[in-house]
Design a protein around this ligand. Sequence first.
Ligand code: FMN
Length: 200
Amino acid sequence: MSQLEPTAIPGPASQREAVSAQAFREVMCQLASGVTIITASLGDVPVGMTATAVCSVSAKPPMLFISLTAGSRTALGVEERKTFAVHLLPHTRQKYAEQFAAAGDHFADIGYRRDPATGVPILEDVLGYFLCEVERSVVVADHALFVGRVMQCAVKATGQTPLVYFDRAYGKVTPVAELHPVNPEHWAFDIGLPGWGVPT
Ligand SMILES: Cc1cc2nc3c(=O)[nH]c(=O)nc-3n(C[C@H](O)[C@H](O)[C@H](O)COP(=O)(O)O)c2cc1C
């Protein structure tokens, strides 16, 4: 893949399979996702975006997968330098998510350092990060998919809840045990099993 040009995908074999983009999005927004910031370097300029399309691929060797809009500056940076970093956000960093998804300078007032070997920006105040080298890439429709081999990773904070994105809104995770402190078997309340206490 030398250029990140969108590729044409043939239509479905039958009309029965046709699903509109709107219908697809309506269901997809019911998938709760952890929010990340993906960073790279484009002509030595730091680039980065808010992304939820991140997935573990394998632990041996450690690999993960990201999906970026093909024309985005971040995708172009990943394609150019074949390296990128994925940062996991705590719920206290919603500002990062908003800033890296908006127009303007994504790095304004954000603390970061450049990885000395690759130039990839490594952000401060995150739950953890992965620094990756591109192992495989392919353009599908209008997205560039990159499989990255993890060259470095670290947990930077523990005991903080992650920032999540669900139904087009930011939120944070509340452990079920906190919602139902009397009885950890929370499902028992919903189906009315006898002998279980009332949730507080
Ligand atoms: C919650 C959230 C998740 C997003 N996830 C992705 C994603 O996984 N892939 C993607 O290409 N864009 C995603 N975006 C959109 C990009 O963050 C946005 O287009 C960004 O401005 C692109 O920056 P760039 O063109 O400077 O690279 C997401 C936006 C939000 C608000």
